[in-house]
Design a protein around this ligand. Structure first.
Ligand SMILES: *[C@@H]1O[C@H](CO)[C@@H](O)[C@H](O)[C@H]1NC(C)=O
Ligand SMILES: *[C@@H]1O[C@H](CO)[C@@H](O)[C@H](O)[C@H]1NC(C)=O
Ligand SMILES: *[C@@H]1O[C@H](CO)[C@@H](O)[C@H](O)[C@H]1NC(C)=O
Length: 467
């Protein structure tokens, strides 16, 4: 019945069978990138947004709430992670109204056209040298912002988190024995409890590069470069063939050691990268190594692979960084983590082409022609024909409720009310949710009941929206 409904309504049978049998999306995840702006020669945010639309990058993390960037990424299908700068954390922590003011002046004007999916409160806040930063303010600011989102019904769409450096760990080796630094334990316990309660990821900036640079005699370059090195064995039996995995699992162990038991907190790599140039002693900072690391990092982000400790939990990754930033403080390498030069040319050859993007969006640099709306094939999300009706009903309730979808068209008198079937109504709502969230494959998962399709399911006056 539901199958015939889909076929009748224009989903080509071969395409449907192809999707059902092969499910080509099951192994594809998106890739994030950090868009820092500490340069005086960078292209305009509009140009950056255009460039990224034709690549496999579908999430962009920024370090503030630059209104030009928020505006530029509207209607691009690219999700944004914005940030509360360290110096503003105290203000946001001071009261519910301060948090509300932060959110309503900086974010509200741009949503939902701009898909903001997370707010990172502070960057490496707990490990910066600035002792004016009050650790308790961090947790309070996160809680205040979450309350603001709750009261606006946005808490499912926008997650609140914070990014850490690896220096929050007392030690990172062996991974299974890693714990947070003792002085940070109370703060970390509060943060991880908050993340577990709100279903938000634990974000860590992880740089095998620095570990290698500081100890080249001890660290195998291939191990640091995300290669398949002979491996390092953890006393608990896990085998590590690359350092990034070991770093992620070290964080995982430290989180577990806090005793939140089986309440899982997902680990996200909020920054990782490799410089193409460095000071005299930094021999590994070179274009070929950077190319190798970033290529592998992107492959890694797109695979559904986990780490030795949790092989089935895929890891979300944000590459550092989009541009070489000429005004960054520190050594030469700090200004050379970019994959693009400020003029938009690539620092080294890197394939950022998007397999699922239509048009000629392949291997594009700024100098080449960028077509207006290059991103994404025309794709929609519908309910799987044989998905369990109870689950589909729950998905429908979610989308039209907390999911924030405007479901008027599937209510009586709406253009999509007929056929009055759960699967049909759910398809409409799931598609709207999927479009609203930037058309990422995981936004059409719905506990396994969703299916991405290349054929427009619209029929009669019932139109399936596409942004
Ligand atoms: C927080 O920032 C807002 C906006 O700049 C300001 O009006 C308010 O006084 C600040 N509050 C505190 C406690 O600093
Ligand atoms: C890594 O190396 C091992 C041993 O040489 C080999 O068995 C394995 O297939 C390699 N894995 C990958 C992903 O290349
Ligand atoms: C998680 O732990 C709680 C309390 O120990 C237990 O009741 C529950 O069954 C566990 N859930 C899973 C999925 O293991």
């Amino acid at each position: 019945m539901a199958l015939s409904y889909l076929i009748k309504n224009g989903i080509a049978l071969p395409a449907l069978i192809f999707l059902l049998l092969l499910n080509p999306f099951s192994g594809v995840s998106g890739v994030g990138i950090n868009y820092g702006t500490l340069g005086n020669n960078l292209p305009s945010p509009k140009r950056v947004a255009q460039l990224l639309q034709s690549t496999l990058i579908d999430k962009v993390k920024i370090y503030d709430t630059n209104p030009d960037i928020l505006e530029a990424f509207s209607n691009t299908g690219i999700d944004l992670i914005v940030a509360v700068e360290n110096y503003l954390v105290s203000n946001v922590s001071s009261s519910a109204s301060a948090a509300d003011e932060w959110f309503s002046t900086r974010i509200v004007p741009f949503i939902p056209a701009t898909s903001v999916i997370a707010i990172a409160v502070g960057n490496e806040y707990l490990t910066t040298d600035d002792d004016k930063l009050d650790h308790n303010a961090l947790v309070k600011a996160m809680q205040n912002l979450h309350q603001v989102l709750l009261s606006r019904g946005l808490d499912r769409k926008i997650k609140v988190t914070t990014t850490h450096s690896m220096a929050v760990l007392a030690s990172s080796f062996p991974p299974s024995a890693s714990t947070f630094a003792t002085t940070l334990l109370p703060t970390m316990t509060a943060i991880v409890g908050f993340l577990a309660d709100t279903g938000s990821p634990f974000m860590v900036n992880a740089y095998p590069y620095f570990a290698y640079r500081d100890n080249p005699a001890m660290v195998n370059l291939e191990y640091a470069l995300l290669g398949n090195s002979t491996g390092v064995r953890d006393p608990k039996g896990y085998m590590y063939t690359n350092m990034l995995d070991a770093q992620i699992d070290a964080v995982r162990s430290a989180v577990s050691a806090l005793g939140f038991g089986n309440r899982s907190v997902e680990i996200t790599v909020s920054e990782s990268g490799w410089p193409s140039k460095g000071d005299a002693g930094e021999t590994a900072a070179a274009p070929d190594n950077a190319k190798t690391y970033i290529t592998r990092l992107i492959e890694r982000a797109q695979s559904n692979k986990g780490t030795p400790m949790k092989p089935r939990d895929s890891i979300e990754i944000f590459v550092f960084a989009l541009f070489n930033e000429n005004k960054k403080q520190g050594g030469v390498s700090e200004r050379n983590f970019g994959i693009f030069n400020s003029d938009g040319s690539k620092v080294y050859d890197l394939d950022l082409s998007c397999k699922f993007c239509s048009s000629n969006g392949n291997k594009m640099g700024f100098g080449e022609k960028v077509s207006g709306m290059a991103r994404g094939p025309s794709v929609w999300c519908v309910a799987k024909p044989h998905a369990d009706e109870k689950v589909v009903q729950a998905v429908l309730d979610f989308c039209c409720g907390p999911g924030g979808v405007d479901c008027r068209e599937i209510y009586e008198k709406g253009d999509c009310f007929e056929p009055d079937k759960v699967h049909a109504h759910a398809s409409y709502a799931m598609n709207a949710y999927y479009q609203m969230h930037g058309r990422n494959y995981w936004n059409c998962d719905f506990k396994g009941t969703g299916l991405v399709t290349f054929s427009d399911p619209s029929y009669g006056k019932c139109s399936y929206s596409q942004q």
